[in-house]
Write a protein that binds this ligand. Structure first.
Ligand SMILES: *[C@@H]1O[C@H](CO)[C@@H](O)[C@H](O)[C@H]1NC(C)=O
Ligand SMILES: *[C@@H]1O[C@H](CO)[C@@H](O)[C@H](O)[C@H]1NC(C)=O
Ligand SMILES: *[C@@H]1O[C@H](CO)[C@@H](O)[C@H](O)[C@H]1NC(C)=O
Ligand SMILES: *[C@@H]1O[C@H](CO)[C@@H](O)[C@H](O)[C@H]1NC(C)=O
Length: 968
């Protein structure tokens, strides 16, 4: 049912059209379209003339084996004439094998004679992302993994699992290729292997064997199988045995250069355009063990997030002014839907300049009043910061931009090696520079600007965008042209297209027939308006493969052409160019740092926020991430689409970030690009209520999509939001275990049931922690959904979240569930105790509301759960409390550790799977018997409800250990 009128939709699109493009303060440009021209290349994977390094390269021979404390080293010497496949061969290498821990083996191959971090062949330093060393005790004799090698026909190695001798990685039959701009190794794989991870990709969860993962950070939306924002060269492989067990292992390749992973029939080929082989093998044996080993042992554990960040976030690009923000805040309140955080996209800035506010629409004074009201209501504000810094016009004093002046005076910006001056690319505000986080003044500059702006606009967290780092022209295009700033390039920027381009979701024409036909008429008239600002042609040439030059790297056009997804594929497209140079002593280039820019700016923002909010956990959400970014940032899935397929692929994307150690992940709910509609938005609001980071966001000039815009979406959202808020404490506890132990929050079914081969590819359902199974509707026009319910053959019971009735499902059945529009299927796994609270209108009120327990018994009448409490904001809280809950033999017991005090009482306990009303109950708290007559007991349909418990825990639910025994 469409509740939103056609008139409203049209009015909003007409309004949007009248205001777009939102760049009217700039004269449209005298620049030539050629500032965005780059030669067109053929990616090596599609180039039939590209050399086959395996065929032409000589490989290496190992010699001079020397034992070390935890392994050995050897010399690798090139075994024939250089092949120069895509670079200059490096003749002398060192192999270092280290049994670093029982479950972790490291294999490094690096140049023997080049000092590490030599600029002609950059080796990733440990300060950028952790480089673990050995535990000091594990050896080949005590490791889960063994390393064997051979020199025939050339150096090759394999890593095997000691317990069963199985090869988990083997280059046998393939050569090692090691050149300054090209490294390759090939591993043999089992038939139809199950490989997962390699974030960031928009792909099925199980990657399959016909897939190429290109890692070169790109401001590219959510392209299926194309490179996008993040680089996490880590995969997990699961091998199922005899239908009843499985073993999983992991591989991490610590290298930040542009790279490709070619997943093919029976092999994976790993290629990078620089650096070294720095490989880590993890023995698992469960998928979740591998993930924990990766986080605990290598890249580091995820940052603990503040409690309020688990509330609901609303954003959009196109909130015109503070009044509109206030209307959105009020809209949620009036609809009775919790809103914790209101966000701003680039609309708030003065001419898209970071750390400024538009004087007309977002003036500072009224902003402070707005934020004071917001904060008084327990709500929060997170604005966007773009990764570029506007370069002021040197010949126009009125264009002065102080952040640029300060950063320039400090030499805090990346340079153009051709001129020695700063590198002037282009982004929203015009010609721009980028902060250099390889030198201390980069951090100083960033911290100062974040603090200075916070003194005017007291934001609560920062959203970092465009951190690939995106630039809208090729090279240092602002050289000699800064006096044209604020320039607008001679083409439309992403987002400046009128909404004639904005399609609706699949099936919109059926669910919204009248609206659809009127809109199509309206779009015809708008297309002429669009044509009026159409993009001038850019003339490009094609360029043959570049050939290696002895002693020199070709940074902008490396001989190995990655399948970079932009037009023409050149690395100089849509990003700061590879030859842009940092100010560090090594003059490190973007060729080396490109995939780390977003990692570094998020880290710098984290440290800036530590200054702004001393002792408080920084909240940053970044777009481009690298292995280890979870230590300091969360991530959103970037510019997805208001399409059912995009909603479905969000689940797999979320799994890969759980693996990568960035559990604080969510996607733009209801979709970013294009228009959403009522049905998609309702289903998506429902699904994302179970994602850790829950934010609704959409693109400029698309239809408004706040949850209250349609009656059905509002109703669906109210229902699911109350579930989310009642489970905040459960989610927060999951994050505690993620932060402390590398456990996952969102989980693939495969991780919880690793021995069930039928779950190997399931990515249309997911679990939130160990206890909740979510079965979202991922297609239009349906009122049922199918889902699988693992473990039934072994006796697992799944209870409907709403009725607490056990689901009637056979082992292996693809069960059809009712799924009316305003309902999402959620099931509780038998054996779980869910700590819950009565949902309030904010996370803070919820935190102070009475506790409730939902206990779902397993087939043996038992269940367990836990609950972590602290102040929700401090990096090092004064006090914490961990509560273990356990139910067995008709008795609930709690055990407590820590001294954090929560004043909220325990009010109710609901137990599913109890056959009859107990005849008696015994309750003791802190060893003191309580007079339990006041407790109300109700039983029906296998569910026992206890209420009236508050009076026994008036000083707080978790002050004394509880024993609650039922007699039957
Ligand atoms: C080196 O270690 C291996 C395996 O532990 C052992 O077999 C070999 O004898 C050692 N070599 C020397 C020279 O100690
Ligand atoms: C592999 O993927 C490509 C597209 O990415 C497709 O054209 C081709 O048919 C696929 N091959 C197989 C064997 O599925
Ligand atoms: C996959 O590789 C194996 C071993 O190299 C080969 O026998 C088989 O024919 C290949 N299958 C396909 C579908 O290409
Ligand atoms: C805010 O923007 C809205 C929508 O464009 C407009 O109607 C309103 O007049 C603006 N209010 C202020 C105070 O600028």
């Amino acid at each position: 049912m469409l509740k939103r009128s056609l008139a409203a939709v049209l009015a909003s699109s007409v309004l949007a059209a009248a205001q777009a493009p939102s760049t009217t303060y700039r004269t449209i440009p005298s620049l030539t379209p050629q500032i965005d021209a780059a030669p067109s290349l053929v990616p090596a994977i599609y180039d039939p003339t590209a050399p086959n390094a395996q065929a032409i390269c000589p490989g290496y021979k190992a010699s001079n084996v020397v034992n070390t404390t935890q392994g050995f080293t050897a010399d690798l010497t090139i075994a024939g004439p250089a092949c120069s496949a895509y670079g200059n061969d490096i003749a002398d290498l060192t192999l270092a094998v280290e049994y670093q821990a029982k479950q972790r083996l490291s294999v490094k191959i690096y140049p023997r004679h080049l000092a590490p971090h030599n600029t002609s062949l950059y080796i990733l330093p440990a300060f950028l992302t952790p480089e673990p060393s050995g535990d000091g005790s594990t050896t080949a004799a005590t490791s889960d993994l063994s390393f064997t090698w051979s020199n025939e026909p050339s150096f090759q190695f394999k890593v095997s699992r000691v317990s069963n001798g199985e090869e988990i990685f083997s280059t046998y039959g393939y050569k090692i290729v090691f050149e300054d701009q090209f490294l390759e190794l090939v591993t043999n794989m089992v038939k139809d292997y199950n490989v997962y991870g390699l974030a960031e990709n928009i792909h099925d969860f199980r990657l399959g064997n016909n897939f190429t993962q290109t890692f070169y950070a790109a401001d590219s939306g959510n392209p299926i199988d194309g490179n996008l924002y993040g680089t996490h060269p880590f995969y997990v492989e699961t091998r199922y045995k005899d239908g009843a067990s499985s073993l999983s292992h992991g591989v991490y390749a610590r290298n930040a250069h542009g790279q490709e992973w070619l997943l093919r029939n029976r092999t994976i080929t790993y290629r990078t355009i620089g650096g070294s082989f720095d490989l880590y093998f993890l023995s698992g044996p469960k998928p979740t063990d591998v993930i924990a080993q990766y986080q605990n042992g290598i890249v580091g554990l995820p940052a603990l997030q503040m409690y309020w960040t688990f509330g609901f976030h609303q954003c959009r690009w196109g909130y015109e002014n503070w009044t509109v923000l206030q209307e959105v805040v009020d809209g949620y309140a009036n609809a009775g839907i919790q809103l914790e955080v209101i966000w701003n996209d680039i609309d708030y800035m003065n001419q898209y300049r970071d750390f400024t506010n538009g004087e007309l629409n977002y003036p500072v004074g009224p902003g402070q009043e707005f934020l004071a009201r917001l904060h008084a209501a327990g709500q929060h504000y997170v604005p966007i910061i773009d990764s570029n810094i506007y370069a002021e016009n040197p010949s126009n004093a009125s264009d002065a931009y102080e952040p640029f002046q300060r950063g320039a005076a400090m030499g805090a910006f990346i340079r153009n090696p051709g001129t020695g001056d700063f590198y002037y690319g282009d982004n929203w505000p015009g010609f721009s520079v980028w902060t250099d986080f390889l030198v201390p003044q980069g951090q100083e500059f960033w911290t100062y600007e974040c603090s200075d702006w916070h003194s005017r606009i007291p934001y609560d967290g920062i959203w970092i965008d465009l951190s690939e780092a995106s630039s809208f022209c090729v090279g240092s295009c602002g050289d000699g042209r800064l006096d044209q700033n604020p320039v607008h390039p001679p083409f439309k920027l992403p987002g400046e297209y009128l909404n004639v381009d904005y399609e609706f979701p699949e099936a919109f024409n059926i669910t919204n027939a009248t609206e659809a036909s009127s809109l199509s008429a309206a779009s015809a008239s708008q297309s002429s308006a669009n044509a009026a600002i159409s993009t001038p042609a850019i003339v490009t040439t094609t360029q043959a493969r570049t050939l290696p030059t002895p002693g020199v790297r070709n940074l902008d056009f490396p001989p190995y052409a990655l399948n970079n997804l932009f037009d023409g594929h050149a690395l100089v497209k849509n990003s700061i160019a590879p030859n842009a140079t940092h100010n560090d002593a090594l003059n490190t280039t973007e060729y080396e740092m490109h995939n780390l820019y977003g990692h570094q700016i998020s880290n710098a923002t984290y440290h800036a926020l530590l200054q702004v909010f001393p002792g408080r956990r920084p909240f940053t959400v970044g777009r481009s991430t690298f292995a280890g970014s979870g230590n300091f940032t969360s991530h959103w899935g970037g510019d997805n689409n208001s399409k059912w397929g995009s909603m479905y692929l969000a689940i797999a994307q979320m799994f890969t970030f759980a693996m990568a150690g960035i559990p604080m992940f969510g996607v733009d709910t209801c979709g970013f690009s294009h228009n959403t509609d009522m049905e998609l938005c309702a289903r998506w609001m429902e699904m994302d209520a179970f994602m850790p980071f829950y934010r609704n966001h959409n693109v400029f000039a698309s239809v408004a999509q706040e949850a209250y815009r349609w009656g059905s979406v509002a109703e669906a959202t109210r229902r699911v939001m109350n579930i989310r808020y009642s489970l905040l404490t459960y989610m927060y506890t999951l994050f505690y275990y993620a932060h402390n132990e590398g456990e996952t929050v969102m989980r693939a079914l495969q991780w919880e049931f690793p021995d069930d081969a039928s779950l190997a590819a399931v990515d249309n359902q997911f679990m939130l922690g160990p206890s909740l199974l979510i079965t979202p509707v991922l297609q239009p026009l349906v009122t049922t959904v199918k889902g699988v319910f693992p473990g039934v053959a072994e006796g697992t019971i799944w209870y409907d979240y709403y009725t607490l009735q056990p689901l009637d499902v056979a082992a292996g059945e693809n069960k059809t569930l009712d799924a009316p529009l305003e309902h999402i299927n959620v099931h509780i796994r038998g054996g779980s105790i869910l700590p819950m609270q009565v949902p309030g209108n904010t996370t803070e009120t919820t935190k102070n509301n009475p506790y409730e327990l939902t206990i779902a018994l397993d087939k043996d009448g038992a269940a367990t759960g836990s609950l972590y409490l602290d102040d929700g904001v401090s990096i090092a809280p004064n006090a914490t409390k961990l509560i273990h809950l356990s139910y067995a033999s008709d008795t609930l017991t709690t055990s407590l550790s820590g001294s954090y005090h929560s004043a909220a009482p325990l009010a109710n306990i609901t137990i599913a799977g109890v056959p009859s009303l107990p005849s008696g109950i015994d309750l003791s708290i802190a060893g003191q018997p309580c007079e339990a007559a006041a407790v109300t007991l109700v039983h029906g349909a296998g569910v026992l409800y206890l209420s009236g418990l508050e009076e026994f825990t008036p000083g707080g639910a978790w002050e004394g250990e509880m024993v609650l025994r039922f007699s039957f």
